[in-house]
Design a protein around this ligand. Structure first.
Ligand code: AMP
Ligand code: ZN
Length: 224
């Protein structure tokens, strides 16, 4: 579909610039502001996306069925979340054939979003097998992985091992089967993926530490 047709489909205005994490100062102010409130429920932060998707400040695009927001702690130069509005699922594990149309719509919107960025960056589109946040969300992320928010081995491996489930693979599977039971990794496998060695996604380099991986990733980004 031509991008102007897509813009017609989507209602709200665009904020497509590269991602910037919130400043430390703002985070600190927010922490102070909430410190006197009632003791929060355990894991209250897990519902952060449900709040973020309803805050017009965050919305990059919106249609009847989907919201696209920038990831607040981007793990690459471009990092967006595509979030279905009317869905009670928290993880891709629960997706079935009945969700195929929704997934195809998410795929189409993600591809158009990438096209509209007019960037030479390459992108991955998919779900974390074991997400940390509630409310089903699809990651659309550039493969440079150059970001101050990319800090831990878990961050890296969550996007660069089989912990990251590509949307096109899930769609293909659900076209053949009713559910994702025989594609989905077990909890034990997920633990292993997140502990894997730090292998570069663009060459054979294996980093010993996250700082050395990050320095190495910069060299790929600067040669673009
Ligand atoms: P996942 O591991 O798939 O649950 O990823 C959750 C994503 O949500 C992470 O990439 C976070 O950086 C991002 N995130 C957390 N809180 C917010 C928020 N309030 N607004 C936007 N993105 C967020
Ligand atoms: Zn490399």
């Amino acid at each position: 579909m031509a991008s102007n047709a897509f813009q017609h489909l989507m209602k709200s205005s665009r904020k497509l610039a590269e991602n910037n994490p919130p400043s430390k100062k703002r985070i600190k102010i927010a922490a102070v502001a909430t410190s006197n409130e009632r003791t929060p429920q355990k894991h209250f932060w897990k519902s952060g996306l449900t709040q973020a998707m309803n805050d017009s400040e965050n919305i990059v695009e919106s249609s009847d069925s989907l919201v696209i927001i920038k990831d607040k702690y981007p793990k690459a130069k471009f990092h967006y979340l595509v979030i279905p509005k009317d869905i009670q699922l928290n993880s891709a594990r629960e997706l079935t054939k009945l969700h195929l149309n929704l997934l195809k719509e998410m795929q189409q919107k993600s591809e158009l979003l990438i096209k509209d960025l007019l960037s030479k960056a390459e992108f991955k589109i998919g779900f974390h097998a074991k997400p940390s946040m509630d409310h089903l969300h699809l990651h659309v992320i550039s493969t440079d992985f150059v970001s101050s928010c990319l800090k831990t081995k878990k961050h890296w491996n969550s996007f660069n091992t089989k912990h990251f489930l590509s949307l096109s693979d899930l769609i293909k599977k659900l076209e053949e089967k009713d559910n994702l039971d025989d594609l989905y990794p077990s909890d034990i496998d997920i633990e292993l993926y997140l502990k894997k060695a730090l292998n570069c996604n663009q060459c054979q380099f294996e980093a010993k530490t996250m700082p050395s991986l990050k320095t190495h990733l910069e060299t790929h980004a600067s040669s673009l």
